[in-house]
Design a protein around this ligand. Structure first.
Ligand code: TV1
Ligand code: CA
Ligand code: ZN
Length: 392
């Protein structure tokens, strides 16, 4: 293989980047928080640092109907494919939960869904073939979609489809979800198997915050006869958690899950709505802390699939996913934190660094930390107890 130029790509360590500019052009509609355009911003930043030269880059393709049917029902896919754009009617129940304000029907919807799913499937296959050590799809990570239902801005569950690919080669897959929302769709899909352990860290208030599930005692099916028992790990948090607590919690819990479950592949959903200053999120995690979760997973030396997810303040989404790309390829220590002058849309970043201070990010807004250390220790104790029942 031709030696790549640029930024110190270690020999024999392959990172693949799966994306397609077609995905970025779709619009969910006026005022909708999900903006596929954030992927353009992230890609511009990744490329202005020259990071694409250190990866195998692939223009992803649409998932085939057959591939989508690995998880989704025929009737749902038919409807998704033929659904016509109509005037939005807020919060009126609609077929397959399509067409409301969260999951609108927009121009090119089916194309959008099959493209981001195709990228995650391709990425998973690269890991199965041992052609990549880390595979990345920032357009994926849409963790709420169900077998026959759209939910929370997600229509097709690319994560479930990717994990199903990994399970062809891998006996055990660990799914980790750092999006601020509960990864309910992935959890539900693998609820009854002991070949996938799901771990989601999220805001949970038992009531209002979407999707309203993911309490600590939701650990899997109740029956001990069911192989999925104890294989769902949920970490509910309150507003304002900071880097120090989040990274401590992440490393402790992921470390324990890896030790007990011995995964042979890991999927990390890097939802960037857990960052401070997110339009929908409630945490005070910074780009550095978010990235530490990626570093930790990389350090385990287990095939790793990185997908995107939520993230509703585009400049911070781009910062996080560019930083995490640099961690994947191992050039993070050499990146200049000052955003390169020739970066497209550079003015959108507001501050010219990848790592703005918390004060800069919050711009006067105050979000007190409602997570006492004692509460974090209780969560760790509870998960420790749960994992005693996991044996592989
Ligand atoms: C159109 C225009 C849609 C403005 C949706 C925030 C909007 C939201 C909008 C919104 C919004 C949600 C609910 C309420 C359930 C509904 C990608 C009873 C300012 C992975 C999905 C959150 C998160 C859905 C997705 C949530 C992900 N929050 N403005 N909608 N109904 N939906 O609460 O996990 O990040 O907010
Ligand atoms: Ca989560
Ligand atoms: Zn989210």
């Amino acid at each position: 293989q031709i030696e790549k130029n640029g930024i110190g790509r270690p020999k024999g360590y392959n990172v693949s980047w799966h994306s397609n500019p077609d995905i970025e052009k779709h619009h969910f509609g006026h005022a909708h928080p999900m903006k596929p355009w954030r992927l353009t911003l992230a890609k511009g930043l990744i490329m202005s640092y020259g990071m694409h030269a250190a990866m195998d880059t692939f223009v992803s393709r649409q998932a085939t109907r057959e591939e989508l049917e690995d998880f989704h029902s025929d009737e749902y896919l038919d409807y998704l494919k033929t659904a016509k754009v109509a005037a939005p009617i807020d919060d009126i129940p609609v077929d397959f939960n399509l067409g409301g304000s969260d999951c609108p029907i927009f121009e090119g919807l089916f194309n959008y869904c099959s493209m981001y799913a195709g990228a995650s499937i391709d990425a998973a296959r690269k890991l199965c073939n041992n052609e990549s050590d880390i595979a990345i799809n920032w357009s994926g990570g849409l963790h709420h979609a169900k077998k026959a239902e759209a939910s929370g801005f997600c229509y097709v569950n690319d994560i479930v489809l990717a994990i199903l690919q990994l399970l062809r080669k891998h006996p055990r897959v660990l799914y980790i979800d750092i999006d601020v929302h509960h990864g309910d769709g992935v959890e539900e899909a693998f609820w009854s198997t002991d070949r996938v352990m799901t771990l989601s860290i999220h805001k949970y208030d038992g009531l209002n915050f979407f999707p309203g599930t993911g309490d600590l005692d939701r650990t899997g099916p109740d029956s001990e006869e069911n192989p999925g028992a104890h294989h769902a790990v949920n970490v509910p948090l309150a507003d304002g958690i900071d880097d120090e607590q989040y990274v401590w919690l992440f490393k402790t819990i992921v470390g324990m899950c890896v030790e007990r479950f011995q995964p042979t592949a890991i999927v990390l959903q890097c939802g960037a709505d857990s960052l401070a200053g997110d339009r929908l999120g409630r945490f005070n995690v910074q780009v550095q802390g978010h990235g530490s979760c990626v570093s930790y997973c990389k350090s385990l030396n287990i095939p790793l699939l990185l997908v995107g997810g939520g993230g509703y303040t585009p400049r911070n989404v781009a910062r996080a996913w560019a930083h995490e790309t640099s961690i994947a390829i191992g050039c993070d220590a050499t990146l200049d934190p000052i955003i390169p002058m020739h970066t497209p849309y550079r003015q959108h970043f507001r501050y010219d660094t990848i790592f703005p201070t918390l004060e800069q990010i919050l711009a006067g807004e105050n979000r007190p930390n409602r997570n006492p250390d004692k509460k974090i220790r209780e969560i760790i104790a509870s998960v420790t107890e749960q994992l005693r029942f996991v044996n592989c």
